[in-house]
Design a protein around this ligand. Structure first.
Ligand code: ADE
Length: 222
């Protein structure tokens, strides 16, 4: 998959997407990631990317011209252009899975009070929010989005099974996990996990997953 991120703050995206699994995905060719500075598509001397909102109000609005120029120079016929914005559709594992099947994503990061709405109407294919809170910067949201999508590309995770076992896939959160030592500060690991009885372990995990989901995310059980 190819991903192009367009942002005013490339450095915010660079470090988190060049470590660990994201680094390996790029080294082994599963991901071709390009992080661009939107200012590279301005044509004026001062590289202006924002202006005051029509109709008045606080803050600045991102201008359409450099955004259209950037996306139009990067996209291809099979590209999907995503705008990161708190006004978007809420991102979840299902959407991450859909996106992981695309060949090319162009990810636009908002900033300031907002973005000229002609970008939404005539350029972006979807608006995505990573959650019901407002960040200072869409670049942070883009990192979350890209990480969640890329790890689902076949071959990116060492063990393909680990993406299948993820929380949310079965509509339940994951069951608790333990590792050595079997006793730590007097707290022992549940005996069933040491039993070697795979049927009992599976039943225990199912029960714990249901309980954890009921406690932390009752909305998922509805
Ligand atoms: N930009 C600011 N907040 C955001 C959010 N929650 N999701 C996506 N982009 C954002």
């Amino acid at each position: 998959m190819r991903i192009d991120i367009i942002t005013l703050f490339p450095e915010i995206c660079r470090a988190p997407l060049s470590e660990s699994i994201m680094k390996r995905a790029q080294e082994n060719g599963a991901l071709e990631l390009r992080i661009h500075n939107l200012r590279d598509w301005t044509t004026d001397k001062h590289h202006v990317v924002d202006d005051a909102p029509f109709g008045g109000g606080q803050g600045m609005v991102m201008k359409p011209e450099p955004i259209f120029a950037a996306v139009e120079s990067l996209r291809r016929p099979n590209s999907v252009t995503i705008l990161m914005t708190p006004q978007g559709k809420r991102f979840d594992q299902t959407l991450a899975n859909e996106m992981s099947k695309q060949q090319h994503l162009v990810v636009l990061c908002g900033h300031y009070e907002g973005i000229d709405h002609r970008v939404v109407e005539h350029l972006a294919n979807a608006e995505i929010s990573i959650g019901d809170y407002v960040l200072t910067n869409g670049a942070i949201a883009a990192v979350v989005f890209v990480d969640a999508v890329v790890r689902l590309i076949p071959g990116v995770l060492g063990d393909d099974q680990s993406a299948i076992d993820d929380s949310f896939r079965g509509g339940l959160l994951e069951a608790p996990q333990y590792t050595r030592p079997a006793e730590f500060r007097g707290w022992t690991v549940p005996k069933v996990l040491l039993s070697g009885n795979h049927a009992q372990i599976a039943a225990w995990r199912k029960e714990k997953a249901v309980r954890r989901t009921r406690e932390n995310r009752p909305d998922l059980l509805k």
